[in-house]
Design a binder for this molecule. Structure first.
Ligand code: ZN
Length: 427
């Protein structure tokens, strides 16, 4: 298999929770010589330096300082969370069977979660001598399953069933009298007394490449780990320009982005301010020469239901990254940012598609317009066309993935120069 594709598959399979995804990104960046910064320390940034920082273990921002005085920023934002089920406090339910009590995280398709082996990953906060310590947790085996009700007991199962998350999607974990075992398993895995946790379910099915010509990729959380990976690879591979390249990965997008480490926090603003302060740069001036790519997967036209797509702006899988447009600014793309992205794709020699919601089907919003509440920069929304968004196992295109890495490499190797408010140049 193509080496790049294998790296994506490894990233998808390893990203069992937001914490695992960020941990893999840290390792990827450290392997490329990026140094960790802590928000609690003073930042001494050097020309030619490569840096990253994390917040809450579930968001990451990386950037490089060019050798020359920088004139702007080239930014991307994607999210590492996915719709899933979160393990509740006092989550073990005993009785005839032992089950694990969960609640929904984000807006998901619920049916695909049933009848599949599942497990638990995330972080446990363990007691230490000095205080508490966050540790990655992965119960790396088939542990849970949410069994369907047989058709004989629910004759309406195929007629549009409404799932109740308090009843229908509680996973089975064991037989009678094993209620204490989960806590023990957690403590053993964490290596200490667990005082708190953020644990979510994940599907055990691995990522796979399939189709007559191996043109499709399916995995959990392609929305938005596929964009996270493409932006990271483009960022790492890019050449120095006059701009500061900034890679942002946020948590909490699926629940509105307002958390310590979501796009609606002060995270990006704070990092850009600190970069400018450390280098004595005029931030407002740099922001006027900045471009933000908000990268979050887009709906591809569905093979069995083309009627849900806008007929003129219906991206197909493997037809190119989709630029997203919305008159009400749910997506931030405007004429200028669309034109600039088309120039970047021309240079990268990759196709561009467009996406609009059907005028009578409102879509979701994404990171772009939320980030702009904090840092106002020229911005565009785009995504890789995918099928079955918010299923626990989604499908997208192999070629689109490789093309997006190429486009992001060109993007991050560029700088934007605004002349007045009517002419823009990509350097
Ligand atoms: Zn998304």
């Amino acid at each position: 298999m193509n080496q790049k594709l294998q790296a994506l598959i490894d990233f998808l399979d390893g990203s069992k929770s937001v914490f695992h995804a960020v941990d893999l990104l840290k390792k990827r960046l450290e392997g490329e010589g990026y140094c960790a910064l802590s928000e609690g320390d003073k930042w001494n940034l050097q020309k030619g330096g490569k840096y990253y920082m994390t917040r809450g273990g579930a968001a990451l921002i990386a950037f490089r300082i060019p050798g020359e005085v920088p004139t702007g920023f080239m930014l991307s934002a994607a999210h590492c969370d996915r719709p899933t089920f979160k393990v509740k406090e006092n989550g073990v339910l005993s009785g005839t069977y032992t089950r694990l009590s969960t609640e929904k995280y984000g807006g998901m398709l619920m049916a695909p979660w049933l009848d599949r082996p599942l497990s638990v990953a995330g972080r446990a906060v363990v007691e230490t001598e000095q205080g508490v310590e966050s540790r990655l947790i992965d119960i790396d085996r088939d542990l849970l399953l949410i069994p369907n009700v047989a058709i004989h007991m629910n004759r309406k199962a195929n007629d549009g069933y409404t799932y109740n998350p308090a009843v229908d999607t509680i996973p089975l974990m064991g037989g009678k009298d094993c209620a204490k075992q989960f806590e023990k398993l957690l403590e053993e895995t964490a290596g200490g007394k667990v005082l708190g946790h953020d644990l979510t379910l994940y599907v055990r099915q691995k990522a796979t490449v399939w189709g007559l010509n191996e043109e499709y990729i399916s995995a959990a959380a392609l929305d938005d780990l596929q964009c996270v990976w493409c932006c990271t690879e483009g960022f790492v591979a890019s050449a120095e320009s006059k701009a500061i390249p900034v890679l942002c990965v946020f948590d909490s997008e699926e629940v509105g982005s307002s958390s310590l480490q979501g796009a609606d926090s002060n995270l990006l603003e704070s990092v850009l301010e600190r970069i400018c302060a450390a280098l004595d740069l005029p931030m407002a001036q740099l922001l006027s020469n900045a471009l933000l790519v908000s990268a979050d997967n887009a709906h591809a036209v569905h093979p069995n239901h083309p009627e849900f797509a806008d007929s003129q702006n219906a991206p197909v899988v493997n037809g190119g990254v989709a630029l997203k447009f919305n008159a009400n600014q749910r997506y931030t793309t405007d004429g200028v940012s669309a034109a600039l992205w088309r120039k970047i794709c021309q240079k990268a020699d990759v196709p561009v598609q467009t996406y609009c919601n059907r005028a009578d089907i409102p879509g979701g919003s994404t990171l772009g317009n939320i980030s702009l509440n904090h840092v106002s920069v020229r911005s565009l929304d785009l995504g890789l066309p995918q099928l079955a968004m918010h299923s626990c196992y989604e499908t997208a295109g192999v070629q689109d993935t490789l093309d997006f890495v190429k486009a992001m490499t060109v993007f991050y190797s560029s700088a934007l120069r605004s002349s007045g408010d009517g002419v823009w140049e990509l350097l």
